[in-house]
Structure formats: structure tokens, C-alpha cells
Design a protein around this ligand. Structure first.
Ligand SMILES: Cc1cc2nc3c(=O)[nH]c(=O)nc-3n(C[C@H](O)[C@H](O)[C@H](O)COP(=O)(O)O)c2cc1C
Length: 191
């Protein structure tokens, strides 16, 4: 069975990102897939300190909760990075996690040098986000971060689900049309 790993970067429990991911998860399940959702903000994930430890090994020297999540990332063929927009980027909690993909990036580069790297076209990454404002470029920075994250972990970019004008707790729940789109998105990423 195809499993989708949902990484929620919002610190708000029951917040808009979580409500959106719940709808997406419903879609995944209705298409016969399995879902695991992880709240990154509730884990102990230190930011990368550019120590160079992973340069030669592809393994991060920091021992905290990120390692376990990256094991799941490596084993998943559908990875959804979700975060509300904070100052035109993803949340600090999500960014700390993304930066730790530096060791995945190093590992990929090491394997590429040895000619051992194989792209897996079946591994797909998706970006899900909400923002309070309606600005045309409000998701641009965050989506670039997401795209480069998926590149580092060796997943092709499958696209994004982005909703503007979502600010207060409860805003997402109220928007039935957007939630239907999220269910559809969940179905589509598994199909
Ligand atoms: C620190 C902080 C920074 C934010 N920066 C932006 C921003 O730059 N642009 C925007 O449209 N919304 C911004 N927002 C609003 C959130 O994206 C919005 O409230 C979102 O719905 C929160 O999602 P959540 O409930 O999943 O946490 C910011 C919110 C916070 C707390």
C-alpha cells in the first residue's frame, strides 16, 4: 500500500495547516493509501550548524528527533511538506527540519560521485501551505525552499496546494470548497 508522509510545520495544533492536511489525508485514504502525519513543532529538532560532519559520510552528527523523521522520509514515496507562511517563508520549525536535509544532500552527492546514485521517479514531494494575505508572490520563497528540499532528498517535485486568505484559527474549516480541493489533492497524489 502506498503511504503518504505528511510533515506539518505549523506549531498551531488544530490550526489551518492541520485542518488542510486532515482533508488531504482523507483523500489519500479514500484512494487506498495510508497516511502518517508528523507535527515537526512538537519534536526536538536542532537547526543545522554547518559543522561539515556529513560532508564525507552523508550522516548528520546531531542526535535528536530529526534522524527518525528522515528515516521515514527515506522510506516514503509520497512526502508532503506543509507549513503556513511566516514572513514569506516556512515556519522556523519546518526550516530547522529542512536544513537538516543537508546530510541527505551530502549523501546524494557522495553516491553521485561514486556513480551509485539512481533517481527514483516514483518518489514524489508536494508542498502544502496557507497564508493570511492575498499577495501574488506570498508562496514563492517557501515553494523554492520546498523544491530544493525535495531535490536534496531525491524526490521529484509533484506540485503544490496553496491557499491564500487563511489567517485565523477556524478559517480553513469554514471553507468547504478549499477542503474539497484538498481531499481531491490527496486522492491525486496517491493515484
Ligand atoms: C510569525 C508569523 C508570521 C506570519 N507571516 C505571514 C506572511 O508573511 N504572510 C502571510 O500571508 N501570512 C503570514 N502569517 C499568517 C499565517 O500564515 C496564517 O495565520 C496561517 O493561517 C497560520 O496557519 P496555521 O493555523 O496552520 O498555523 C504569519 C503568522 C505568524 C504567526
Amino acid at each position: 500500500m502506498m503511504k503518504a508522509l505528511l510533515l506539518n510545520g505549523s506549531p498551531r495544533r488544530g490550526g489551518n495547516t492541520e485542518v488542510l492536511l486532515d482533508a488531504l489525508a482523507e483523500g489519500v485514504r479514500s484512494a487506498g493509501g495510508e497516511v502518517e502525519m508528523i507535527r515537526l513543532a512538537e519534536l526536538r529538532i536542532a537547526p543545522c550548524i554547518n559543522c561539515g560532519g556529513c560532508d564525507q559520510t552523508g550522516i548528520c552528527i546531531i542526535q535528536d528527533d530529526a534522524g527518525g523523521v528522515y528515516e521515514k522520509v527515506d522510506q516514503s514515496r509520497r512526502i508532503v511538506l506543509a507549513s503556513p507562511i511566516y514572513f514569506y517563508g516556512i515556519t522556523a520549525q519546518a526550516k530547522a527540519f529542512v536544513d537538516r536535509a543537508q546530510s541527505s544532500w551530502s549523501r546524494k552527492r557522495i553516491q553521485q560521485r561514486k556513480g551509485e546514485w539512481r533517481d527514483d521517479p516514483h518518489r514524489l514531494g508536494f508542498f502544502v501551505s496557507v497564508a493570511a494575505t492575498k499577495g501574488e508572490k506570498v508562496f514563492d520563497g517557501a515553494e523554492l525552499t520546498a523544491k530544493y528540499f525535495f531535490d536534496a532528498i531525491g524526490a521529484a517535485y509533484g506540485g503544490a496546494l496553496l491557499f491564500r486568505g487563511i489567517e485565523k484559527r477556524g478559517d480553513m474549516e469554514k471553507d468547504a470548497a478549499k477542503l474539497r480541493q484538498a481531499v481531491e489533492f490527496g486522492r491525486r497524489i496517491i493515484a
